[in-house]
Design a protein around this ligand. Sequence first.
Ligand SMILES: [Zn+2]
Length: 339
Amino acid sequence: MRVIGSERFSDHRPPSGHPEQPARGRVMHAVGQRFAEAGGELHAPRPATRIELERVHAVEHVDRMAATAGEVVALDPDTYTSEDSYDLALSAVGATIEAATYARETQAPGVALVRPPGHHAEQDRAMGFCLFNSVAVAAADARAAGIERVVVIDYDVHHGNGTQWMFYEDATVMYVSLHQYPFYPGTGGVTDVGRDAGAGFTVNVPLAAGAGDADFDRAMRKVVVPVATAFDPGLVLLSAGFDAHRRDPLGGMEVSTEGFGLLTAHVQRLAAAACEGRLGVVTEGGYDLEALEACLDSTLAQLRDGVPADAPASGDTSRVDAVLPAVQAALSPYWPGVF
Ligand SMILES: [Zn+2]
């Protein structure tokens, strides 16, 4: 297992009071340092290249982001740069590519502890705290390296609109999201299933506010794992946002730190069964510092220790049960053996 991180990720400085704050980078660095002190492998990131970015981003977008180097710029009402943000966004993407490459080559998990996050960044614009879409660039890089099918699983509380649209017509990269709905950014309804050649290769499980461990666990068992297993990926990527945590100030969900462990365990078992454990993980959101630190520490420990035994969550499943029939009906034309 390898972790890619840097204390420099705290040098991306949105305006004071912004939830995607520099202290998140300090938490990530502390987690990485503890992992290293316990004998884990911690690597510094390299910047992504133009060629890598332009696999999913428009040339004009990369140019616009490059023009923010050294500058404080408001890219949208939520999304800002400071002097070092462009360099750090490049490093966030590079770290994610490295995590995925390590996973591909060694069959052990690679983890990128990075900010700014990425999954809202669109092909042609920054959005929702995100400059470049790190997980999407890593998925495209794996495709370019010869992996035939990549699945991106995203349990951040927000829908990853950028990742969805980048691969919406693509049958080789499946995007699977569990998220609060309706909520920012507004996309990710059950009928967003992909288009043309990509129809059936976008999977959304939109959950009402208040969903907790048992809802998310059931969504994994009933939808995410079955459809991703049928897809037969050569690489699993995880957009690991922790803003569905019950402590999170932005999300309205009730997932516990232990609940995130259960969700990650499903992803680990999927990767073990489908592709010899090839699992790349990248941080996305997670805005309560205490919850972020606890979730990252426990996620790294669980990835290091190997695939845990299956342990179903108990509790209320009314929110997932309310949406499962619609999700399954939307996907059944494309996955008749699964739903
Ligand atoms: Zn989020």
